[in-house]
Unconditional design. Structure first.
Length: 217
């Protein structure tokens, strides 16, 4: 069951909803080791995305929706998260091109390109206590699931679960990138807000796929 524009727009709407729902949590996490504006910035960005989403043409494909997210986040979200996530969605859009439907391999390519875009922009590696600590295990889990012949829903579920575990695993780490790196060992015990928000976005992707598969979307 390949996933098309219905899944992509549902993913985006769910992303906006979950960011709004967890805005205060993300603000709190970021206040502990950063500027304290991560939740507000993401909420503003995805609200702007929603305002433009209905303007997609009737023949839009997943890549068009992802590009819309990219350009909107880059232009409206302050701090590091706007350029980082904007680049992620932009690279994801490039990876899927004009394909109207995405199979398992395309989903892995999408996630991989998104992760690589964040690495390109932020120069972070796994273990640096950044959003990469959610994205890299997500990519690895998705690739493994696809190689084992799992369907699109299972691939995205594997990615989301791995991202959630990756976000939790940032808590004992010493930050080596971003504002949190200034804290040194004082950052230990705090979850990285970018990893947490990334896990929320990837869970939204998995839930959207479940709805498409069940006919609810």
């Amino acid at each position: 069951m390949a996933l098309g524009i219905t899944w992509t727009t549902d993913w985006i709407r769910r992303s906006a909803a979950v960011v709004a729902e967890h805005r205060v949590e993300l603000v709190t996490l970021d206040r502990e080791i950063g500027d304290g504006d991560h939740g507000e910035n993401l909420d503003r960005g995805f609200s702007a995305v929603l305002a433009k989403l209905d303007g997609l043409p009737a023949d839009a494909v997943p890549g068009d929706a992802l590009k819309l997210v990219a350009t909107t986040l880059i232009s409206t979200v302050g701090g590091a998260s706007g350029p980082l996530l904007g680049t992620a969605y932009l690279k994801a859009a490039g990876a899927v091109g004009k394909e109207p439907e995405l199979d398992g391999a395309a989903l892995v390519a999408l996630l991989t390109a998104a992760r690589d875009g964040i690495v390109l922009r932020g120069k972070a590696e796994p273990g640096d206590k950044t959003m990469i600590d959610a994205w890299t295990p997500a990519v690895d889990a998705a690739a493994k699931a696809e190689a084992e012949g799992e369907d699109e829903v299972a691939i995205l579920e594997a990615a989301a679960s791995a991202a959630e575990a990756g976000a939790v695993a940032t808590e004992p780490l010493v930050a080596r990138k971003g504002r949190a790196s200034y804290l040194g060992e004082r950052a230990i015990g705090h979850r990285d807000p970018g990893a947490q928000s990334s896990s929320l976005l990837l869970r939204a992707a998995a839930e959207a796929a479940v709805d498409v598969a069940s006919g609810a979307a």
